[in-house]
Write a protein that binds this ligand. Structure first.
Ligand SMILES: [Zn+2]
Length: 56
């Protein structure tokens, strides 16, 4: 078994919309590359996590 440290996730998952635009997959927020870098260090929550994630 491998030890996976999921204690604290520093790196968030971002999707590149454009060259300088990133979208956070967690809170669905759109940031610039700089904003995304700062956002990666903050805690964000999914907006309206009412229902479970629809994974298509
Ligand atoms: Zn976020």
């Amino acid at each position: 078994m491998q030890q996976s440290r999921n204690d604290e996730v520093v790196g968030k998952i971002f999707v590149a919309l454009r060259q300088d635009m990133r979208r956070c997959l967690i809170c669905d927020g759109v940031f610039t590359t700089q904003g995304a870098a700062e956002h990666a260090g903050t805690v964000c929550h999914p907006s309206k996590g009412d229902s479970d994630h629809a994974d298509r």
